[in-house]
Design a protein around this ligand. Sequence first.
Ligand code: GDP
Ligand code: MN
Length: 378
Amino acid sequence: MKLHEYQSKNIFAKYGIPIPKGRVAATADEAKQIAKELGGRVVIKSQVLVGGRGKAGGIRLAKSADEAGEIASQILAMEIKSLPVRKVLVDEAANIETEIYLGITNDRAAQKPVMMASSAGGVEIEEVARQTPDKIIKVHIDPLLGLRDYQVRDIAAGIDLPREHWRLFGQIGRGLWLAYQECDATLAEINPLVITAENQLLAVDGKMLIDDNALFRQQALGEMRDLDVEAPSEIEARRYGVSFIKLDGNIGCMVNGAGLAMTTMDIIKLFGGEPANFLDIGGGASSEKVAAALRIILADANVKAVLFNIFGGITRCDEVARGILSALEEVKTNIPMVIRLVGTNAEEGRRMLSDADMVTAETLVDAAKKAVAMTKGG
Ligand code: GDP
Ligand code: MN
C-alpha cells in the first residue's frame, strides 16, 4: 500500500526528520490561505500516487498567496497518468542547493533491509542505478541490531556529505530506519533530501510503501489507503477477505487455499488452458463470499469458463454446494462452470449440484479438462 507524500512526510517528522512547513489542501481557497500563513513563497505539489509529478506539471512554485491559489486550482483540475488530483500539498518553498537520495527497502537476496544513499538525488534511484551505479552507497541493516551509528557515518562519508551535516544526517538516518521498522514499511524514501541555501537539511519529498500483510497491526496506516489507485475488483476482494490477483487467461478460478489455488492454475496450464486469475476464498464458503468471489471473477470480460476447486475439510461440501447455488441465484450468468468438490460430504454436495444441472468433476484433472474444453466451445 502506497502512502501519499504528505502522509509519509508527516510520519517522517514524528521520527525527527526535518520537513518543510506546510499543509495539505483540497481547494484553491485553502491552498491560498495556507500560502498566506507561510509567507507567500510556496511550492504546490499534487498528491497523486504516481512518479514524475514534476514533469507532468504537478509541482509548481508560487511567489504569492494569490498565485498559490491560482496554481492550486489548476493542479486540482488535473489528472496525472489518469489519476485525479484531489489534494495538493502547500509547502514553504525551499532554496535548494544540493539534492541527495536516502532510502530504505528490503534486499530480498540479502534477506535484510538495505539503506541506500546517493549524491545524485532528485532523480529516480533506478535511473541512477542504470547510469552511475557507483554513485549509490548501500549498507545492509541487521533487523535485530538496527541501524548502527557507524553505518550512517559510512553513508555520509560515501556520498561526500560535508562534516557539518553529519550530526543531523545521523538523526535523519536513524529516524528513517525507525519509521521503516515501526510502520512495517517495504520502502521509506526521501528523494530529495536537500541542503538549502541556508545550509539546512530538509526532506523535500517523501514516499512510503506499507506491507499489506502488516495492515492488521497498522490500522491507522490502513485507514490512509487511497482507493483511487486500486482496481475495483481488488477493493471488492479485500472487503470480503478474498485473495485475488488478476491474470491474463480466460479460465476463472475459485479455490479455497493458496496452495490449492496455485496447483489449480498449474493443472489448467498443463491441459493447455490459461488461468484468468488467482483466487483464494479462504476458509468457509458462505454464499455471500462465494457470490462476491463470483462477481469479481465474472467482472473480467476475458473469462470464458469458471473452475471451482473446493476442498471440504472443516467446511462441509454440502454447505459449499448450497453456497454456490445460492450465489448463482444472485449472480446471473451464461458463463459455463465446472465444480470439483472433494472432502467431507462430497457426494452429497455433488448430487445437489448435479440436480441443479451443474457440471461437476471428481478429480482436478477431470475438472481442468472440462474447463479447457468449455473455453473452446466444447
Ligand atoms: P517527484 O517529482 O514526484 O519526485 O516530486 P519531488 O517532491 O521530488 O519534486 C521534484 C523536484 O521539484 C525536486 O527534485 C526539486 O528539484 C523540485 N522541488 C520540489 N520542492 C521544491 C521546493 O520547495 N523548491 C524548489 N526550488 N524546488 C523544489
Ligand atoms: Mn521525488
